[in-house]
Design a binder for this molecule. Sequence first.
Ligand code: FES
Length: 235
Amino acid sequence: MDRRNFIKVCGAGAAAIAAGVHTQLVYAGTVKDFPKVKLVDADGKPLKASSLSKEEAYVFGYPFVGTPAFLIALPSAAPAGAALKTESGEEYSFPGGVGGNKNIVAYLAVCTHQLAHPEKKGSVIAYTAGNSETAGRAAAITCCSHNSAFDPADGGRVITGKAPQPLPGIRLEHDAASDEIYATGMYGADMLEDFFKKFKGNLNKEFGIGKYREAPAGTVQAVLLSKYSADADRC
Ligand code: FES
């Protein structure tokens, strides 16, 4: 990804909020806009923020068809403002959760250590609602490949392990009138090209030659990790 494409967002979005669309704002740091897509279920019906399964990760392909992301309704609000830093030193702040309860967050489901991610055959990265041995607490995203854990209520910050930087965030919008959820961009670490380079062969097999690099158009299906992957490790 071309770093020159990253832009700074400084308090934009007031007009959208006035219109009833609550956008996650990143007040400083690295943000990249991607085409806005509506999150829908396996039948193509819009996911409603107030109807999401609580504390279960949904998987959706964003910002590209082949890049898995987690959508999670946390047990409580995820307040904005945490100061975060990428491995290369870029600073940014967590925009917080969206939805009526401000508890809905999304992250790239790719571990920042060695890029482990959910696959159809299984996943070593998952949201762990109960107590995690790795994280030493509940409500964490854990990667059992080498035991890293991330805090989804705090911008994907590393709790423990070899992961060198927070999980990249997926910027969300919530339409208060329709209760629908949209993905609009990414913030944080820039690791998509590394991911494509490492897994190109597998991604071509899973999604079709070159399809993994296509952007979803209009809508994107989000399915529970328990349905997306045959098995998910918790640690
Ligand atoms: S790939 Fe996740 S901890 Fe190593």
